[in-house]
Ligand binder design. Structure first.
Ligand SMILES: Cc1ncc(COP(=O)(O)O)c(C=O)c1O
Length: 388
């Protein structure tokens, strides 16, 4: 017989963890960015099943909103369950077959991740080189194509590790298509914040993440493929190495059948829907303009503080402002000061630029004058602490 008091008493080995009270940060790092209250509210609405007729309708709406945001008519436009790396691996793992050659860039951290994923997919990897902090030069891309005849070409539209925006995208895709190659674009830090036109620019596949310029928590990550890319996926000799990310199987869920493949992260899909609704309300072109304008004020303010941007103005990436750490300044101490004194997140450099730059995001809901003023004032104080 059970003792009633035992039912209310915490068992000795049950962890006594307190209620969740995360700090109220202002997120000005490389992502996640501040989330709009409407998105948080959408995440607290009731769960339905992933095959519920009401959810099937939500899936359609999310796909339509994603097409608008990517500037594409691609049928195969879906949120992949997982973070940006999942949609990245879905693109690379499905479009690179064993024996294929993929051309990847060396000008930042995420080109390195592309390489790693292409190798795991059984591909052979060749590189087009450019220094960290510079975009790819179409002349080098053309040369790499002539030399290696790759089947797939990947580039990073907005390199989060260097704060560099890749210009000349239509020129790059034309080179690839002249050589019968498919183009995969990493648009994780550009989608919804920086001009991106998937169809007009001839991008065959683009992947992204929700936690940057869409200001949505991570968990469901945008991916779009045109028919040419999807034909290759459906016509593979060998199945992709990942079952979970096999787009020919995911087609069964996100395509016409709406049949079970895996249990979609329903709440993340709600969140993405609301975040994309905010994009549509603002208008995609107006949103790109806002990012340019607000981040332009941030850049000017940083320069007024005596700081130097990592990227030249021509390649400046509004959504990610990479700033050189001045000589004699401890970059980590500044980051710690901002977090401790201002509840403000910015990030240090990554890879080759570790210790050399700070990365200050200006993405989605974080791309507001209020955030810019706050980060500039806080940074001025943190630098003054170190006698700058
Ligand atoms: C350019 C780029 N590609 C890919 C990724 C990977 O995305 P995630 O960290 O969401 O898996 C990131 C994340 O910061 C990124 O900035």
């Amino acid at each position: 017989m059970s003792d009633a008091s035992a039912l209310t008493k915490r068992e000795d080995d049950a962890p006594d963890v307190g209620e969740l009270t995360p700090p109220d940060r202002t997120l000005m790092g490389p992502g996640p960015s501040d989330v709009h209250p409407r998105v948080l509210k959408a995440m607290s609405t009731p769960l339905v099943g992933h095959l519920d007729p009401s959810f099937v309708e939500i899936m359609d709406e999310v796909q339509e909103l994603l097409r608008y945001t990517f500037r594409t008519d691609n049928k195969w436009t879906i949120p992949v369950s997982g973070t940006g790396s999942a949609s990245m691996e879905a693109a690379i793992g499905n479009l690179v077959e064993p024996g294929d050659t993929m051309l990847v860039p060396t000008n930042g951290y995420f080109g390195g991740r592309m390489k790693s994923m292409a190798e795991r997919a059984g591909g052979e990897v060749v590189e087009v080189t450019a220094p960290w902090g510079e975009p790819l030069d179409p002349v080098d891309v053309e040369r790499a194509f002539d030399e290696h005849q790759p089947d797939v070409f990947g580039f990073v539209h907005a390199e989060t590790s260097t704060g560099v925006l890749q210009p000349n995208v239509p020129e790059l895709t034309e080179i690839a298509h002249d050589h019968d190659a498919l183009v995969i674009a990493d648009t994780v830090t550009s989608l919804g914040g920086v001009e991106l036109r998937v169809d007009e620019w001839g991008i065959d596949a683009a992947y992204s993440g929700p936690q940057k310029c869409l200001s949505c928590p991570p968990g469901a990550s945008p991916l779009t493929l045109n028919d040419r890319a999807m034909d290759k996926v459906l016509d593979r000799d060998e199945r992709p190495r990942s079952w979970y990310l096999d787009l020919s199987l995911l087609e069964g869920y996100w395509g016409d059948d709406r049949a079970y493949h895996h249990t979609a992260p329903i709440t993340n899909v709600y969140a993405l829907r609301e975040a994309l609704r905010l994009v549509a309300e603002e208008g995609i072109e107006a949103r790109w303009a806002r990012h340019r304008e607000v981040a332009g004020d941030l850049k000017a303010g940083l320069q007024d503080l005596g700081l130097e941007m990592n990227a030249p103005d021509e390649y400046w990436l509004p959504s990610l402002n990479a700033v050189r750490v001045p000589d004699g300044i401890d970059d980590g101490a500044v980051i710690d000061h901002l977090l401790a004194e201002y509840d403000l997140e910015i990030a240090s450099g990554l890879g080759d630029l570790e210790g050399d730059i700070w990365r200050i995001g200006c993405m989605g809901r974080s791309a507001r004058p209020k955030n810019v003023e706050y980060v500039l004032a806080a940074l001025e104080d943190a630098l003054a602490e170190q006698g700058f």
